[in-house]
Write a protein that binds this ligand. Structure first.
Ligand code: ACM
Length: 269
């Protein structure tokens, strides 16, 4: 069993100090033991930049980040890990990334594959594939916001044995809320979606963070448009059972002879 907290809040656009102060306040309010804390997409920077130059000023390198150092301190204090959205700079390139870390430092890193709308003029597309990472006795995968729209992403992570997917978001439409239960059920795994709130220029981020179990049930959810920390106990070992009826397996029943065999079932299955 893993206890997860998803911190739904409003990162402050271009104001890292302000964001850290807000998070400091919120993290201090966590009064129960949690194993993993999720934060939204681009939690260190905010989202709605006018241009790449503006985003560059708010981005950090993973190896030299005030934000990640701040989370590392909290990971130590709370004996937990974090998955956070992260505006990442490498030289003059920007990535919309997520970082998995604990008190010892970065354990995993992913760069968003499917850029949404004007993100295309700011960020490079992800180039790290879809890695999975060990966490306790389980494996976690990461996808970022609009990646949800591509069923190949969650399928690929499931085929790589992810027991749960951490999904930092800056959602402005309701599409994801229709899709997340289906993705979880189709792949028989847990998905934790941590969305932000607040308004930046013409965008309103809607909150409604949620945790979905391996049968597509929403087991925890946050309210719309308000700061909230949701807590959920998940049982990732149940994600290992890919049988949805006694005679139907979500991987083995696929008809790869009929539709393109782009996602091989690993031999061990
Ligand atoms: C999104 O991908 N931020 C909607």
């Amino acid at each position: 069993m893993i206890t997860i907290a998803a911190v739904q809040f409003a990162p402050k656009l271009g104001n890292l100090k302000g964001t850290i102060a807000e998070l400091d306040f919120l993290l201090q309010s966590i009064d129960q033991k949690v194993d993993l804390i999720l934060l939204p997409e681009l939690a260190n920077s905010g989202y709605n930049f006018n241009c790449k130059e503006e985003a560059l000023k708010s981005a950090e390198a993973i190896s030299k980040s005030v934000f990640l150092d701040f989370l590392k301190e909290y990971a130590k204090k709370m004996s937990c890990a974090f998955v956070t959205g992260f505006c990442e700079k490498t030289n003059d390139k920007l990535y919309n990334s997520s970082v998995f870390l604990d008190e010892n430092g970065v354990l995993g890193h992913y760069r968003k594959l499917h850029l949404f709308l004007h993100e295309k003029k700011i960020f490079e597309v992800g180039n790290l594939g879809l890695p999975v990472f060990k966490f306790k006795n389980y494996k976690l995968g990461m996808m970022i916001c609009f990646d949800y729209m591509f069923p190949e992403v969650s399928r690929q992570l499931a085929l790589k044995d992810a027991d749960f997917i951490c999904h930092p978001c800056n959602l402005v439409t309701n599409y994801a809320f229709k899709i997340m239960p289906a993705l979880a059920l189709m792949n028989s795994l847990y998905i934790v979606t941590c969305n932000r709130i607040g308004i930046e220029k013409d965008l309103r981020f809607i909150g409604k963070s949620l945790v979905v179990d391996y049968r597509g049930n929403i087991i925890t959810s946050a309210k719309k448009n308000q700061v909230e920390i949701i807590y959920s106990q998940i049982f990732p070992k149940f994600s290992r059972n890919k049988w949805v009826t006694p005679r139907n397996h979500v991987f083995l029943d696929r008809r790869l002879d009929v539709y393109p065999n782009i996602l091989e079932v690993p031999d061990k299955r």
